[in-house]
Write a protein that binds this ligand. Structure first.
Ligand SMILES: Nc1ncnc2c1ncn2[C@@H]1O[C@H](COP(=O)(O)OP(=O)(O)OP(=O)(O)O)[C@@H](O)[C@H]1O
Ligand SMILES: N[C@@H](CCO)C(=O)O
Length: 314
């Protein structure tokens, strides 16, 4: 499913001569993933993942690729790009920009344990700290301006109850002031399918293509909402406490962050409710899109609203 561009073993064997990675042993398409073409590549020297980008242009890649290299250099468990003999981490093959990264052990988990959540929180905080010295800058393309504009086109598709819930949340978020909170480089999409778990250890973070500069606890909130949500939208307190404790084992939260946290959990739910509504009601013409249930994030948002400022696992 996720091989949109076919690469033959002969093409790859010739292309690999641009790298210092030995000779091709095996090339296998990776079925998971929905945006890009991914291959598992084994050579006489090791195992790698080759991504052929189907939508991003080569000129859009340096922020993400340099970030992954920076984080890996700082010991963060994440996909580390490999440079070719011209010292370039971005190359091309079959008319697509490419990046080759080291193979990470592990696979995504569906229902994480508190121990795994703790490890995740600690790695996320370490990633935020390692990001402090990253020189690149990327505004969040999915921030309040985006969700306000997107929602204005979505209201006609929604029931009046859902539309007013969306409108109210956007307006409450608009009145909040977050500019004083610590910010930096965030992953911004650290869902379970973007983390390979190797038992209780983090095999690695993948898929940095929503990474940007934004408020650090917004990243923690995105992560809690996906890793700790129960089917009814409530949050599993044990998992959430473990994730937040893991985070704080590597980066302590200040008073302003604690105060903003309940609203930040709602902002993180809102962002994915809107993007899923968008993909649901306004899929781009001619593109293969995979619609995920927007209701999941509406329920998570509703549960956060009901909880108000009550205990939030920090
Ligand atoms: N460095 C890696 N090591 C091992 N496996 C990897 C690595 N990178 C990706 N994978 C595997 O490839 C699969 C697809 O990757 P990914 O989710 O990045 O696909 P995508 O299509 O590029 O992105 P998305 O699905 O988020 O749009 C992952 O689920 C994982 O199993
Ligand atoms: N993680 C997102 C999709 C990619 O941004 C979601 O589940 O809606």
């Amino acid at each position: 499913m996720s091989v949109f561009t076919t690469v033959t073993p002969a093409e790859l064997a010739a292309w690999l001569k641009r790298y210092s990675l030995g000779d091709l042993v095996e090339l296998k398409g990776i079925a998971a993933g929905i945006t890009n073409t991914n291959y598992a590549v084994s050579t006489t020297q090791g195992k790698y993942v080759l991504t052929l980008f189907e939508t991003l242009q080569a000129s859009e890649l340096p922020f993400y690729v340099n970030l992954m290299a920076h984080l890996a250099h700082h010991g963060i468990a994440c996909a580390a790009p490999i440079a070719n003999q011209r010292d370039e981490m971005i190359d091309s093959l079959c008319g697509r920009p490419t990046v080759l990264v080291g193979w990470l052990q592990g696979e995504p988990v569906d229902v994480p344990s508190p121990t795994q959540c703790h490890a995740l929180g600690a790695m996320l905080a370490q990633m935020h700290r390692a990001g402090e010295t990253y020189p690149g800058h990327m505004p969040n393309p999915r921030g309040p301006q985006w969700w306000t504009a997107a929602a204005s086109e979505l209201y006609p598709y929604l029931s009046s109850t859902d539309a007013s819930m969306l409108r109210n949340e956007i307006s409450q978020q608009g009145r909040a002031r977050f500019a004083h909170l610590p910010s930096g480089v965030i992953h911004a999409d650290l869902f379970r399918d973007n983390v390979l778990m190797h038992g209780d250890r983090i095999g690695g973070f993948i898929d940095f293509y929503y990474a940007c500069n934004d408020i650090l606890i917004y990243d923690l909130a995105i992560t809690v909402n996906d890793w700790c949500a129960l089917p009814d939208g409530q949050i599993d307190a044990q998992r959430a406490q473990a994730l937040c404790a893991g985070y704080q084992s590597a980066r302590a939260l200040n008073a302003a962050e604690r105060e903003a946290w309940p609203l930040m959990l709602r902002a993180a739910a809102l962002r994915f409710w809107v993007s899923r509504l968008w993909d649901w009601h306004k899929p781009p013409a001619g593109e293969l899109t995979y619609r995920k249930d927007p209701g999941v994030f509406q329920h998570i948002l509703h549960a956060h609203q009901q909880r108000g400022d009550a205990a939030h696992w920090l």
